[in-house]
Design a protein. Structure first.
Lengths: 270, 242
């Protein structure tokens, strides 16, 4: 049974070298960007054929790379192509066994903020550790944990609010009932979290339409008064004799009837 | 009718746009076309819209981004994606799900702007392209506006910003005509030339967030609405209308 919140991590260095991905039991493609030369076209060609969801994470080595700031536009572009939202935040997983340069992470956050993405956060995982790790509502299960996952491991995790599971491979996943229940629970939690967030978006949309009504009135009023002022400056200020001459010209050219020249003869609509 | 390779860059903000998108674009599916869509992350049913777009256009590229710079910001993001994917179309078609709810003539505004992708106009557009080698923009009649310049200053709310940007990017035209509503065919090589030299995402960062209007004061967003046309016409390419 396929779940929508469990993803198999595929390093970009491996993705770019293969045409067949081990995606059984995966909600989609989760690309661990471990190369500064990552190519978005290469990533997309794997998702296109199967309409997979696409998520990404960053490696510590990439973040510490001296070219990291040059990569920010491409990382942002990849971000917009992905389905990475968890509730009201976009959480970017980071896999590393080395210390991360704080300045680089800040530069990424700053870049995303100037592109208007205000709720960016990170979830840090150490790939060298063999234990399950939960960070910022994301669960990382290394291969060793998948093989030995049992009710004790299940009980440790089931009460934590996990919205996404990242695993290293799908070996032995299908036969393990504890993993099955865990993955389905995570999928439901993710779906519920997203529905709650959607309801806040609908509320904001309703407020937007109300503001449009107010804005429409303001714009209409401004246009009305501008037009009235223009009319006053172009016509009302003219001497009476000139205006009367104008009416006669209009009458002679067929723009007005003789009757309309005389006051009180025209019935105005109510 | 040979129109060459076309890339449609369509920005979506409203939640009910998807109902019309396929009908609007289906005439273009007969062409050699790539579809790019940007949906804002403020659109409540963004996930559903993305899913339905992929049903209609299986090979489409779809981004979900912040609401920055309105449709201009969305189109800049999609231009960046085209560059990143090394696509070299012959023409871009810029579109968005315009509603302009603050305007009195909103409904006719959009319908008229979309004339450029109506089936009965494509042959006419093909003829314009093939018989006018210097044609750089194709837009709807009556939506090409002349930006007045008086004593070296752009005479509009966006004047000061336009002066700054035209200087910064070296965009100078004999006449400053532009397509109001930012929906038009644009000669892709000219557009790509500019945006390979000037990062679209860096420009997008300067745009205003949210639903900005320029009725009362100038904005970078509305200034770039004009500049998108001037990028083409500053290269001695002309605007034709249908």
């Amino acid at each position: 049974m396929r779940t929508e919140a469990t993803f198999i991590i595929i390093p970009y260095s491996r993705l770019s070298a293969t045409t067949e991905l081990p995606l059984q039991r995966s909600g989609g493609i989760h690309v661990l960007i471990d190369s500064a030369d990552f190519d978005i076209a290469c990533i997309l060609q794997h998702t296109a054929a199967h309409r997979y969801q696409l998520l990404y994470s960053l490696s510590g080595a990439l973040i510490n790379n001296s070219r990291f700031t040059e990569l920010l536009p491409r990382i942002y572009l990849l971000h917009t192509l992905c389905d990475i939202f968890i509730k009201d935040r976009a959480i970017i997983p980071v896999f590393t066994d080395e210390a991360i340069a704080g300045a680089s992470l800040n530069s990424l956050k700053d870049y995303f903020e100037t592109e208007g993405e205000l709720q960016i956060d990170f979830a840090f995982f150490e790939q060298s550790k063999a234990n399950a790790q939960v960070n910022n509502n994301l669960l990382y299960l290394p291969a060793a944990q998948l093989e030995s996952f049992d009710n004790a491991a299940f009980n440790k995790l089931i009460n934590q609010e996990i919205q996404l599971t990242l695993i290293e491979n799908s070996a032995s996943v299908n036969e393990n009932q504890w993993l099955d229940v865990l993955f389905n629970t995570v999928a439901m939690t993710r779906a519920n979290g997203w529905e709650k967030y959607k309801s806040t978006l609908w509320q904001e949309r309703a407020k937007l339409y109300l503001s449009f009504i107010a804005l429409g009135k303001k714009v209409g009023e401004a246009e009305y008064y501008d037009l009235r002022e223009w009319y006053h400056n172009e016509y009302e200020v003219l001497p009476l004799w000139f205006k009367r001459l104008g009416h006669i010209v209009k009458m002679l050219t067929g723009k007005r009837s003789i009757k309309s020249i005389f006051p009180g003869r025209i019935k105005h609509p109510r | 009718m040979v129109l060459g390779k076309v890339a449609v860059l369509y920005h979506i903000f409203y939640e009910d746009t998807i109902e019309q998108v396929y009908e609007e674009l289906k005439a273009l599916t007969a062409l050699q076309v790539s579809f790019f869509f940007n949906i804002t992350n403020e659109t409540p049913n963004q996930a559903e819209i993305k899913e339905r777009l992929l049903n209609f256009f299986p090979n489409a590229y779809i981004t979900i981004s912040s609401n920055k710079g309105k449709d201009i910001g969305g189109k800049l993001l999609l231009l960046k994606l085209c560059i990143e994917l090394a696509l070299e179309p012959d023409w871009f078609i810029f579109l968005h799900d315009k509603k302009s709810l603050q305007a009195l003539n909103a409904k006719t505004w959009k319908n008229e702007l979309f004339r450029i992708i109506q089936e009965d106009q494509l042959e006419n557009i093909g003829h314009l392209i093939n018989s006018n080698p210097t044609c750089g923009i194709i837009a709807t009649n009556n939506y090409v506006r002349k930006q007045l310049v008086e004593h070296g200053e752009f005479a509009c709310n966006n004047g000061a910003i336009l002066k700054e940007l035209t200087r910064e990017y070296g965009i100078y035209c004999n006449q400053y005509d532009y397509v109001a509503g930012t929906m038009f065919w644009a000669k892709a090589p000219a557009m790509l030339d500019f945006f390979k030299a000037h990062d679209p995402l860096a420009i997008r960062q300067t745009l205003e967030a949210g639903n900005v209007i320029d009725n009362f004061k100038g904005t970078f967003t509305h200034s770039w609405e004009r500049l998108l046309s001037w990028i083409i016409t500053s290269r001695n390419l002309t605007i034709k209308t249908v």
